[in-house]
Design a protein around this ligand. Structure first.
Ligand SMILES: NC(=O)c1ccc[n+]([C@@H]2O[C@H](COP(=O)([O-])OP(=O)(O)OC[C@H]3O[C@@H](n4cnc5c(N)ncnc54)[C@H](OP(=O)(O)O)[C@@H]3O)[C@@H](O)[C@H]2O)c1
Length: 253
């Protein structure tokens, strides 16, 4: 297969890890379709990335999206994520529905729809991005963590259904990322306390989860390498759980 024949779909491509993965794969000559909620005008144009606007919180989106896509894909990365809005009275039923739809139901349904339309002779890797939050939920993260725990179980079910189907469904389970909002918060605290930002990150990581054995946030480049690794493993990666989480789930588990 020529390098330029490689075709990837990345959800959550407006910002954060999804945007980084879409742009990085495109720079490596993948033909990338990026899916995001925000309007196309708000997304920086990247060569080799075709942007599709779609709201994954709507139940009809997964089926409609798979109809719009060319089903000849080599890699699908489910990266989109929703969090419940902070409300003084706690999350409302509609918040739970939206979070579960975007984080668990959409990747599940979209994968099922794409698998049903996949050309029989084309192997495809589906990488489902999950979170260490499933091991350490508290009152603030419970809704998000529950949606990701549901995603983890649904992903295992998809992998079981992929046996002999010319596809692999794996999980990339991540710990705290070096995302823009965390880095900005760290810079502010570092400036206020007169400390190097690296010291503040180290303290933050020790306090946020005592199981963590890393001193730095997980960088996007390491996530890209992990996605590439899972894709390169081919059928062997079916059902695989790749943890790039800094030990979040504890050393004995
Ligand atoms: N950040 C972390 O520390 C961390 C830790 C562990 C795991 N993860 C996982 O890593 C992945 C990427 O996280 P991130 O922090 O990079 O994400 P992010 O910056 O919050 O970006 C989320 C993306 O999902 C899109 N999205 C949200 N709701 C959507 C909807 N209804 N329909 C379509 N797209 C929607 C967003 O679009 P808009 O821009 O339009 O909202 C955005 O492009 C997620 O699966 C997350 O669970 C992250």
């Amino acid at each position: 297969m020529l390098m330029t024949d490689r075709r990837a779909l990345v959800t959550g491509a407006c910002k954060g890890l999804g945007q980084y993965l879409a742009a990085s794969l495109a720079a490596e000559d993948w033909d990338v379709t990026g899916v995001g909620r925000c309007p196309e005008e708000q997304v920086a144009a990247v060569s080799n990335v075709t942007y599709l606007q779609a709201d994954l919180s709507r139940p009809e989106t997964s089926a409609a999206l798979s109809e719009r896509l060319d089903p000849a894909l080599d890699l699908v990365v489910h990266c989109a994520v929703a969090y419940p809005p902070a409300r003084p009275s706690g999350p409302e039923p509609r918040d739970l529905e939206e979070v579960f739809r975007v984080n668990a139901f959409a990747p599940y349904h979209l994968t099922l729809n794409l698998l049903a339309r996949k050309p029989a002779d084309r192997f495809c890797s589906y990488v489902v991005v999950n979170s260490e939050a499933i091991y350490s939920a508290d009152d603030h993260s419970a809704v998000y963590a529950a949606s990701k725990a549901a995603l983890r179980v649904l992903t295992a079910g998809l992998a079981a259904g992929c046996r002999s189907a010319g596809a692999a469904v794996s999980t990339l389970l991540l710990g705290p990322l070096a995302d823009r909002s965390k880095l900005a918060e760290i810079e502010t605290i570092a400036a206020r306390k007169g400390l190097p930002a690296s010291d503040v990150v180290r303290l933050f990581l020790r306090r946020s989860n005592p199981n963590l054995v890393i001193d730095e946030f997980i960088d996007h480049a390491s996530c890209l390498r992990s996605v590439r690794y899972l894709a390169e493993l081919g059928p062997t990666a079916n059902g695989m759980l790749c943890k790039l989480d800094g030990g979040s789930s504890g050393s004995l588990v």
